[in-house]
Design a protein around this ligand. Structure first.
Ligand code: URA
Length: 237
């Protein structure tokens, strides 16, 4: 959310009410900012301001936390790119403030976590925190038990000096693997299978940490995270 922001825009964003519904409701139920009743709906508020309205506190909770089922053909950055950014599939007033907590390749699908809270996303992406990322991988060629063992133990990727961290790999059928990794090297999953002489045909992220992709989300759809989901990466996790 971009601060300072008009109070009526802030409340419209958090409640889903239209400006006219909001004006009417505000006449009946006055809003408080930092304990003072405010009549001027156009007042500008800052991130640290505490807004209380109809018993709800909207204070510093000005951040947005979103889960998306990324479709193929979208990038997860907002850099100038020849491909559209998944972030702009989000119909949110402050979309330009958002970034993805972790990348997915153009052709990869599945869970993207998107926020404007830099500390929160840092806890997901920082190598120090080693959050689990679960992928469903479709391979061009059959995968053997020996391949799975190599993946699990750690594998040396091309142009790298250290092996990948131990991970979990389960064969779903001979060309499908569920892979849980605890780091996020560049094109890591594709390069892990390339090191075994196989090729990733499709890559879908199903989970990050304890947050599981909502199966009701069709490709391109998104929803706000619940408070419980946000809490997974809050504080000292
Ligand atoms: N590993 C990859 O190779 N690609 C992704 O999009 C994510 C992980």
């Amino acid at each position: 959310m971009k601060y300072p922001i008009r109070l009526d825009k802030f409340l419209a964003h958090h409640t889903g009410l239209s400006r006219s519904q909001l004006r009417k409701a505000l006449r009946e139920q006055p809003v408080q900012v930092n304990g003072d009743v405010v009549k001027d709906q156009g007042m500008h508020i800052h991130r640290e301001d505490k807004v209380v309205w109809m018993g709800d506190e909207f204070g510093e909770a000005g951040f947005s936390y979103i889960m998306m089922n990324k479709p193929a053909g979208y990038v997860s950055t907002d850099d100038a790119s020849e491909h559209p950014s998944a972030i702009y599939l989000i119909d949110e007033p402050f979309v330009e403030r958002l970034h993805c907590a972790g990348r997915l390749d153009l052709d990869s699908t599945g869970m993207l976590l998107i926020t404007d809270d830099g500390s929160w996303s840092h806890r997901i992406t920082s190598p120090k925190h080693q959050k689990a990322k679960v992928y469903e991988v479709t391979l061009a060629d059959p995968v053997t038990e020996d391949h799975l063992d190599q993946l699990r133990k750690g594998i040396l990727l091309r142009n790298e000096e250290t092996e990948t961290l131990p991970c979990e790999a389960t064969l779903l059928d001979e060309q499908h693997v569920r892979l849980t990794i605890y780091e996020g090297r560049y094109h890591q999953v594709k390069r892990m299978f390339a090191a075994l002489g196989n090729k990733v045909e499709a890559l879908h992220r199903a989970q990050i940490g304890d947050i599981i992709l909502d199966e009701d989300l069709e490709p391109g759809e998104w929803r706000y995270l619940t408070d419980e989901e946000v809490a997974v990466f809050s504080g000292n996790t």
